[in-house]
Design a protein around this ligand. Structure first.
Ligand code: ATP
Ligand code: MG
Length: 563
């Protein structure tokens, strides 16, 4: 197939223009800046594909930076899982940084701001500060502490850092413009006190912590980031990002970047990823995990990277999905069916087919003699190059209960007494002759005869039947725990619903059955993918053991997306 020339997304266009103009001497540096307060989800992957993708494509570097400025919510556990998930996706970072690496520089900068009369300590409550913010059309009200003398601001800020001021009692605010139509300019908070939690890296060293707006742009700047790419909700923060940088670059250059006074990182924004029937918020995911509503962050129903992996998604499929949805400036909602479509298309090409019987009933082939035999079947029909597997055949087989009807009309093509021929997948043609029932009238055994000259792969194997059914030989069959996953939420957009999101969970998002599966699965390893014929695509779960096979349904066979 001919590779189609892909058009550039708008960020790539910006990068190519910058390269053509020699901006930053042609240096391309991005970063992925997760807050280590939860696991990565597929929304983050959209940002990861952008940040790492730009660096890969334009010979630049993408660093990993943990945005760890809120010790109350962050943990080393999250740092480790974030690194592991990015590596699993197949991306390589240059260096690992932490916003906490810059606490001293940021503190020193804050002192500079205070000394320059550009920051002050406010003693009002968060509520009072919020009340004074005004509205986009109405100017805000100045804090009574706004014009405190510089020395007093310095003394108080230092007292804040020494732990002498109670959490919540004071903040450091930038002194900018309480009437600015951009609300983010109305004296934004630069620093707050957090004494209740030690920091996962710096322990009790700091009692004041920088806010996002003050930390992010400066961190980009210290590192030499050229393109600081983030999601659209930060677009309104961009002027503030630039304002803070204006205070330390150009004429105000204070030597904090190795790249000189003219170097400036630039923030660029793209649309967030939202997907139907799920949530994309770490806070909500944490609630699901903490309240036991899912089995953990890596529950295969979760939209986390580790959940998707356990569900059977491959890094390649996830990246293909990101390519398909692309990057724009418009927020929207992506159909979960597209994600399922992409993994289905991926597995269609690669996953070996095997037989599994979910609701088994025994079939006895009355005219079969001998101890059984070993048949050979292609892993994927019509693709000899993808290998073959052995299937044990014998007198007693498991078949699906629904594949036999004692009395059937002529629209039913599968097994029923009365002379209709049915092929056993990759094997012989049989005809049902009758059945046996228990006291309640439930069928316990189906009887059939086979045609020994109809074996697949021989001349008789070419004989056509209207139906083919799956089977597993009884003596060699394995029991497998099969976890049938479905969408986590019952409503399309749980985030837009007035009800508590916990009430919107899909009660049928997990069903477990014990299936009879063919013996070739005996050596299946964790993360091996299969198509269970007629059932869907499945992956071997992390819980699986040689004596207890566990398979997760990745997706069904039916594709609703194209419709
Ligand atoms: P949450 O709101 O769930 O806590 P967050 O945006 O605060 O998520 P961060 O760890 O701060 O999470 O995000 C790291 C990066 O991932 C940011 O650049 C952010 O813009 C990006 N990101 C987060 N969620 C999405 C999403 N749904 N789509 C695209 N990018 C996202
Ligand atoms: Mg964030």
């Amino acid at each position: 197939m001919e590779e189609q020339e892909k058009s550039l997304n708008f960020i790539e266009q910006i990068v190519e223009k910058d390269l053509a103009e020699g901006v930053n001497d042609g240096r391309i540096q991005t970063r992925f800046p997760p807050e280590p307060n939860g696991y990565l989800h597929i929304g983050h992957v959209k940002a990861i594909c952008m940040d790492f993708g730009i660096a890969e494509k334009y010979n630049g570097v993408c660093n990993l930076r943990f945005d760890d400025t809120n010790p109350a919510k962050e943990d080393t556990e999250y740092v480790e899982t974030i690194e592991r998930d990015i590596a699993w996706l197949g991306f390589k970072w240059g260096k690992i940084f932490y916003a906490s690496d810059y606490f001293q520089q940021l503190y020193d900068l804050a002192i500079r701001f205070i000394k320059a009369g550009k920051a002050y300590v406010d003693e009002q409550t968060a509520e009072q500060i919020a009340e004074q913010k005004g509205t986009p059309t109405e100017p805000g009200v100045a804090s009574p502490f706004r014009d405190r003398p510089i020395e007093e601001n310095l003394r108080l800020f230092e007292a804040m850092q020494r732990g002498e001021i109670e959490e919540g009692k004071m903040v450091l605010r930038a002194k900018i413009d309480m009437a600015n139509p951009n609300m983010h300019f109305r004296d934004p908070i630069m620093y707050r006190i957090i004494t209740s939690h030690p920091h996962h890296r710096t322990g009790r060293k700091w009692n004041v912590y920088p806010m996002y707006d003050f930390a992010h742009g400066q961190s980009d700047y210290f590192e030499g980031v050229t393109h600081s790419i983030c999601t659209l909700e930060f677009e309104v923060h961009r002027p503030l990002y630039d304002y803070f940088l204006d205070q330390i670059t150009g004429d105000n250059f204070c030597g904090l970047s190795p790249y000189g006074p003219d170097y400036r990182p630039k923030q660029r924004e793209f649309n967030r990823l939202n997907i139907t029937y799920t949530v994309m918020s770490k806070r909500k995911m944490l609630t699901l995990v903490k309240e036991g509503l899912v089995a953990g962050w890596d529950d295969p129903r979760m939209p986390t990277v580790c959940g998707l992996r356990r569900r059977g998604y491959t890094p390649q499929a996830i990246r293909t999905f990101m390519d398909k949805i692309g990057y724009t400036k418009v927020e929207g909602m992506i159909d979960q069916g597209l994600l399922e479509h992409v993994i289905r298309e991926d597995l269609k090409e690669t996953a070996p087919r095997v037989c599994a019987i979910f609701d088994p009933v025994k079939l006895v082939i009355t005219n079969y003699e001998g101890d059984g035999e070993t048949l050979v079947a292609e892993n994927i029909d019509g693709h000899e190059e993808l290998g073959t597997r052995e299937m044990r055949f014998g007198k007693e087989l498991w078949i699906e209960r629904g594949d036999f009807l004692e009395e059937a009309d002529n629209k039913f093509y599968r097994l029923s007494p009365g002379g209709r021929e049915v092929r056993l997948k990759s094997s012989y043609i049989i005809q049902a002759t009758g059945c046996e029932k228990d006291a309640n009238g439930n069928i316990t055994t189906v009887y059939a005869t086979y045609d020994k000259d109809s074996k697949s792969g021989t001349e008789g194997g070419n004989r056509k039947t209207k139906a083919t059914i799956n089977w597993v030989e009884c003596r060699s069959a394995l029991d497998a725990e099969v976890r049938l996953y479905d969408r986590l939420f019952a409503v399309e957009n749980p985030s837009a619903d007035e009800r508590d999101f916990r009430e919107l969970l899909n009660p049928d998002s997990l069903k477990i059955v014990t299936a009879k599966v063919e013996a070739s699965l005996k050596n299946a390893k964790m993360q091996d993918h299969f198509q269970l014929l007629k059932q869907g695509y499945f992956v071997v779960d992390d819980d699986s053991k040689p004596e207890h096979l566990v398979l997760n349904r990745t997706c069904s066979l039916k594709d609703n997306y194209l419709k």
